[in-house]
Design a protein around this ligand. Structure first.
Ligand code: UDX
Length: 454
């Protein structure tokens, strides 16, 4: 099929590349000329494992442009995957979504096209986008837009850092639509994925025992709500384990054992029970805020989601409180942060706990040093005013510090030579913000090991 994708961020570029991999002819549109030029030259504007390889493998099926005129008239399916950054009062800012909808309406050729909302958008946005596309089309052509296009909602569940795996081997595909014809188009589009008939790329193999992927066919509002409800549930699972972690610390229990003990109950599940600093990233904070804002519009309070957000905020404060407990005075101290990205395997810094922690420490008069395997360049670009000294290695971060905080659990931080690191520190305090290091190993190496839970 002929597919166009508006927006080449994590979601748009991954979706476009995976659809090209499934055999579709894909055109990706982005307003940012520099970004499009880079993509045309095979350069990926962010760090995502295997994406560059896949883009290269499917280049015969994938083109990049800044022009709607090159992408919309021939398309059978148009995905909107533009950013919806946080706006006022928790509601996302929809200006890019609006611009994309208008652009699509201005270039629709008149043959039936499915316009798909892939961006996470407030409930009801599909209707809103439909009205903008319709107005733009009718204004340009002077004709009624009936039968020219239909809306679908196809929320994305991919995680940064494993975006291709999550796209090719999704747990489910959700399609919201109010028309049979639209559902048929979306089914044809995803058929090789749903039936898993494609030959997997060697670098992202199909997991053992992978069966067909279930397709959830829903109405538009349900599909939109599914996305928010899924992200909020994962977020509250993390906040829940952090709440239990605080109690575990008081009663002397081990939160890792507790998480395993409850997670093996299939009704609960093992994943997203890793206690620690809590969530960051572009989705959980924004989506839980949007869910609370939507609930409020309808006179509802959403106390559970609010509590999850509050617990997440508290975990970041607790890092500073724990350091205060250990060092008593933060003024003039030096604290080293291991990890800047909001999680491993990405260079994304949106809502990264490291930023918040660095700010809080600097406010209290401490100096902050940091290292990240991939996110330092982006940090310098985006936060030139945040006074953090970047170091080329984790060892250099630890040198002459009063405490080191593990903020992002990159694999390379798990097996550092802690013994020699300890010898270079002023005071050997290690705060394991992700609960992933071995307390015994660290203690034997001479560290004062501090956890956030138990
Ligand atoms: C999330 C959703 O998982 C994905 O389905 C959705 O489409 C987009 O939002 P992402 O933000 O890329 O994906 O990252 P994810 O792997 O979900 O992690 C989010 C945050 O939660 C990270 O900061 C991570 O460190 C934290 N986390 C995750 C925990 O603190 N504990 C856990 O057990 C799991």
């Amino acid at each position: 099929m002929n597919v166009s994708i508006i927006g080449t961020g994590y979601v748009g570029l991954t979706t476009g590349t995976c659809l090209a991999f499934l055999g579709h002819q894909v055109t990706c549109v982005d307003a940012d000329e520099q970004k499009v030029q880079a993509l045309q030259a095979g350069k990926i504007p962010f760090f995502e494992p295997h994406l560059a390889e896949l883009v290269d493998d499917v280049k015969a099926n994938l083109t990049f442009t800044t022009q709607y005129a090159d992408a919309i008239p021939q398309a059978q399916v148009v995905f909107i995957a533009v950013g919806t950054p946080p706006g006022h009062n928790g509601a996302p800012d929809l200006k890019y979504l609006e611009a994309a909808a208008r652009g699509i309406g201005q270039y629709l050729a008149g043959e039936f096209v499915v316009v798909v909302n892939k961006s996470t958008v407030p409930i009801g946005s599909s209707n809103w986008v439909e009205s903008i596309v319709r107005d733009a089309y009718e204004k340009r052509t002077g004709k009624k837009a009936n039968g020219v296009f239909a809306m679908a909602s196809n929320p994305e569940f991919l995680r940064e850092g494993s975006a291709i795996f999550d796209s090719l081997y999704a747990d489910r595909v959700v399609v919201g639509s109010d028309h049979q014809r639209t559902r048929e188009v979306m089914y044809s589009l995803y058929r090789p994925l749903l039936e898993q008939t494609f030959k997997p790329p060697s670098y992202v193999p199909r997991p053992d025992r992978m069966g067909a992927i279930p397709l959830i066919s829903a109405d538009l509002a349900s599909a939109e709500l599914i996305k928010y409800a899924a992200n909020a549930f994962l977020a509250l699972k993390i906040s829940y384990i952090n709440e239990i972690g605080q109690l575990a610390e008081k009663v002397g229990a081990d939160i890792t054992q507790v998480a395993r003990g409850i997670g093996l109950d299939a009704r609960i599940g093992m994943r997203f029970l890793q206690a620690g600093i809590g969530w960051g990233g572009s989705c959980f904070g924004k989506d839980t805020a949007a869910l609370v804002a939507t609930a409020a519009e309808y006179g509802l309070d959403a106390p559970i989601v609010k509590a999850a957000r509050e617990m997440n905020r508290r975990q970041r404060e607790r890092v500073v409180e724990k350091l205060l407990d250990e060092l008593k005075i933060l003024k003039g101290r030096t604290v080293g942060l291991l990890g800047l990205a909001f999680k491993p395997d990405t260079d994304d810094l949106r809502e990264a706990p490291a930023l918040d922690i660095a700010r809080k420490l600097i406010e209290r008069g401490a100096r902050v040093k940091a290292h990240d395997p991939v996110a330092m360049e982006r940090f310098l670009e985006q936060y030139p005013d945040l006074d953090v000294t970047l170091c080329a290695t984790p060892e250099a971060v630890a040198q002459d510090t009063d405490a080191v905080v593990l903020v992002t659990e990159w694999q390379q931080y798990r097996d550092l030579d802690w013994k020699s690191i300890k010898c270079t520190m002023r005071t050997p305090v290690l705060l394991d913000g992700r609960n992933v290091l071995d307390r015994g190993v660290l203690t034997r190496a001479g560290f004062r090991y501090v956890g956030l839970a138990g």
